[in-house]
Design a protein around this ligand. Structure first.
Ligand code: DHB
Length: 368
């Protein structure tokens, strides 16, 4: 096709380094979306340009600049971690290029540029449900342990404020570095404090290390429960975590075990296309982000201008593999169900099995 018939999506992801599983999941999901829905939309030939930022925000910014200026991409997408999304926000604004955030989940990201639309989730959105569940289930004291950056600070704040409001006590709030974290000294401290539960937020890919050290220190046997957002029982790693993960309760927007027909189809086709890799919440953020882009291109008549695309992204309502979702036109953030889930073994495999749902949850970070 002629060059100007091409519609370019610049997908910047961490494909190597500590956050590489996020990139692998999102790229695979984007390619699945295209395999299922074709690569021509409203007469335009879709070209996906994937770049590896190794999750270093200076690199994300440099790649975004290059994609906008040289490749003239119509849409920027991806953003494996919060600092990457924040680094690209000014470029989206200046160039009027929609930026679809598929992974990063700090509440404030959508406020960094009017061109940002989010298909992932926010930490306040998923943390409050756990703070409501825990005190009704025998958990009166909780120590929090979070990665020391945007999403961790959101999780800590929204969990602990709501938990205290519900009568719970948070004797200690621990923060562990994002890069090369050593959980051992923090877990030792939690063991000494003996709370009813430890609430954890770590980014996708770090959950297995936390779980392993939690088990090795015998914390479950010492009667300390592990709770958290579903990032810690990430479907990318869950099945290899072993029995220490059994019974762990988390709150999140997506489980690969979600029983809808749409999800069963998504999981089966994703696994078939990716050597049995189980999709996680990152994959769903990427898959739905592609849908938002395709629909916007269709609705705006295939012309591909940034402002028209952005307008057509706002207010979209559709059924995701996670359940019904909607892109709030005011905040450009995603409104979705939040599920309570417990790790159980089914046919020899570990899954996050949903047992309760809070419907249509908006990001509580936006209501202030
Ligand atoms: C972010 C990254 C993650 O891997 C995750 O699970 C949640 C949030 C982030 O950097 O925003």
């Amino acid at each position: 096709p002629a060059q100007d018939n091409v519609f370019k999506i610049g997908l910047i992801l961490p494909m190597t380094g500590q956050q590489a599983t996020t990139g692998r999941q999102i790229e695979a999901a984007a390619r699945l979306w295209m395999a299922q829905n074709g690569d021509t939309v409203a007469g335009r030939k879709i070209q996906l340009i994937v770049r590896d930022d190794t999750s270093l925000p200076d690199q994300t910014r440099r790649l975004a600049q290059e994609l906008v200026v040289n490749e003239k991409v119509n849409v920027l997408a991806g953003m494996g971690i919060t600092p990457s999304a924040l680094a690209v926000a000014p470029i989206a604004t200046q160039s009027k290029t929609p930026l679809v955030v598929m992974a990063a989940a700090t509440s404030s990201i959508t406020e960094a540029s009017p061109y940002i639309v989010r298909s992932s989730f926010t930490l306040p959105q998923v943390s409050v449900a756990m703070a409501d569940w825990a005190p009704k289930n025998g958990i009166k004291t909780v120590v929090t342990l979070v990665s020391d950056y945007g999403p961790g600070l959101d999780a800590e704040k929204y969990f602990s404020e709501r938990f205290a409001f519900n009568g719970g006590k948070v004797p200690e709030k621990l923060r562990v570095p994002l890069r090369n974290p050593d959980f051992a000294p923090f877990l030792q401290k939690v063991r000494d404090l003996k709370p009813d539960a430890l609430f954890v937020f770590v980014p996708s890919g770090a959950g297995a290390a936390v779980m392993k050290q939690f088990g090795e220190r015998g914390m479950d046997k010492a009667g300390i429960r592990l709770i958290g957002t579903g990032d810690v029982t990430d479907d990318d790693q869950l099945n290899d975590m072993g029995d220490v993960a059994l019974g762990v309760v988390t709150s999140h927007h997506y489980s690969a075990f979600h029983p809808s027909p749409a999800n069963k189809k998504f999981v089966a086709e994703f696994m078939k296309a990716n050597k049995n890799l189980r999709p996680n919440f990152m994959a769903v953020g990427g898959y739905d982000g592609m849908r938002v882009i395709y629909e916007a291109l269709k609705k705006s008549g295939g012309k591909g201008g940034g402002d028209a695309l952005l307008a057509a992204m706002k207010g979209q309502i559709f059924e995701s593999p996670r359940g019904p979702v909607f892109i709030d036109a005011q905040t450009r953030d995603i409104v979705q169900n939040v599920y309570l889930r417990k790790v159980e073994k089914k046919d020899g495999q570990l899954w996050n099995v949903e047992f309760d749902v809070i419907k249509d949850v908006k990001d509580p970070g936006k209501s202030k």
